[in-house]
Design a binder for this molecule. Structure first.
Ligand SMILES: [Zn+2]
Length: 310
C-alpha cells in the first residue's frame, strides 16, 4: 500500500498495556468488525491470533493471522512484528515467530516465507524449501504466492493493509497462501494461485475453500485515478459499481475485498466455500499494523497456513 500516510493511531500503548494487565486475549481483543458476520474467531491467550472457522472446520490445517499483540518488539514495532526487513532487532523477530508459531501449532523450522514484491508469481513449495526465509536464506525472489501439498510445511506471507488470500483443498490435500495488494488484485493472483493448485495437485476449484483475510476496507482505501484505470481494464463494467466510487479531486475509494471475492467466484470457488473478511487493518491500527495508519514506522503481520502432519 504505497499511497498516503496519515498520523500514527493514538492509544496504541494504552491498548497493549491493557492487554498485558488483563491477562491476554481471553478478555477479547476489542477489534472493531464491519458487520456481524462470523468470519473470524479470536484465538490464543498471551499470543492472540485470528482464525477462520471455515478453514479450521476442514480439519486438515493449522492456520492463523497474527495481531500486534503478544510479541517482544518495542516502539513502532510493538510488539508482534514479523518482519526482518523493517529495522527491528532480528532476535526479537525470531522470538516473535517462535511465539506465534507455538500458538498456532507450527514450528519456525517448518515455515517457508514468501519474498513479496507485488508480483503474481506463485511458487510450488516442496520439502527442499523447509525453513527458507526464517531458519535459512531464501534462494528465490519475487514470490507473492505459495502453494504446497507437503504436510507440516507452514506457508507464511506478510501484510500491513494488503489482502491475504488463503486456499485449502480438503480433497487433494493441497494449500495456497497469497499476497494481493492492488497490483496483485489487478493481476488476479487469487486466480493464479487456484490455477497453480489445479496444475500441481489436480485440485477442482469447486472443492477449494478460499478466504480473504484482514486488510484495508473500502472506507479506508483512497486511490488515484491511475489505479482505477487498471481496475477498469481488469474487471467487467457490470461490477465497477461494487468495486469503486469517485469522490472529488480525482480520488476514488476502492474495494479490494469485493474484487478478490469476484476473482474467487470467476475462478470457480463456490459461495458456501468462501469467507471474506469483515475486519479492517486500518480501522484497527492499534491492534493490527496498517501502512496507511502508521506509514513506514511499523511492523508486519503474517498469515500462516500448514497442512497438519499425518
Ligand atoms: Zn477501514
Amino acid at each position: 500500500m504505497e499511497q498516503g500516510n496519515q498520523p500514527a493511531a493514538s492509544g496504541t500503548a494504552e491498548v497493549h498495556r491493557l492487554f498485558e494487565q488483563k491477562g491476554g486475549a481471553s478478555v477479547g481483543l476489542g477489534l472493531k468488525y464491519k458487520d456481524n458476520r462470523h468470519i473470524f474467531d479470536e484465538r490464543g491467550e498471551t499470543v492472540p491470533y485470528l482464525e477462520f472457522p471455515l478453514l479450521r472446520d476442514s480439519g486438515i490445517v493449522n492456520h492463523g493471522f497474527s495481531t500486534r499483540l503478544g510479541g517482544v518488539s518495542e516502539g513502532c514495532f510493538s510488539s508482534m512484528n514479523l518482519s526482518f526487513d523493517r529495522g527491528d532487532r532480528p532476535e526479537a523477530v525470531q522470538e516473535n515467530f517462535r511465539r506465534i508459531g507455538k500458538a498456532i501449532g507450527v514450528e519456525c523450522g517448518d515455515m517457508v516465507l514468501s519474498q513479496q514484491t507485488h508480483t503474481t508469481n506463485v511458487r510450488l513449495v516442496t520439502e527442499k524449501d523447509r525453513g527458507k526465509g526464517i531458519a535459512r536464506e531464501r534462494d528465490y525472489t519475487d514470490v507473492d504466492g505459495l502453494i504446497t501439498d507437503v504436510p507440516g510445511i507452514c506457508l507464511v506471507t506478510s501484510f500491513a493493509d494488503c489482502v491475504p488470500l488463503y486456499f485449502v483443498d480438503p480433497v487433494k490435500k493441497g494449500i495456497g497462501l497469497s499476497h494481493s495488494g492492488w497490483r496483485g488484485t489487478v493481476g488476479r493472483i487469487g486466480q493464479k494461485t487456484i490455477e497453480k493448485m489445479q496444475q500441481c495437485f489436480g485440485s477442482d476449484p469447486s472443492d477449494i475453500l478460499a478466504a480473504v483475510g484482514p486488510s484495508v476496507c473500502m472506507d479506508c482505501y483512497e486511490v488515484s485515478e491511475d489505479v482505477i484505470l487498471r481496475f477498469r481494464e481488469a474487471f467487467d463494467k457490470r461490477v465497477w459499481g461494487d468495486l469503486f466510487y469517485e469522490k472529488s479531486g480525482g480520488k476514488y475509494q476502492l474495494n479490494l475485498w469485493k474484487a478478490n471475492e469476484i476473482i474467487f467466484r470467476e475462478a470457480g470457488i463456490l459461495p458456501e466455500h468462501m469467507a471474506v473478511t469483515n475486519l479492517c487493518t486500518h480501522c484497527n491500527s492499534s491492534i493490527l499494523y496498517s501502512h496507511r495508519a502508521q506509514g513506514n514506522r511499523r511492523g508486519n503481520l503474517c498469515a500462516f497456513l500448514a497442512l497438519k502432519k499425518d
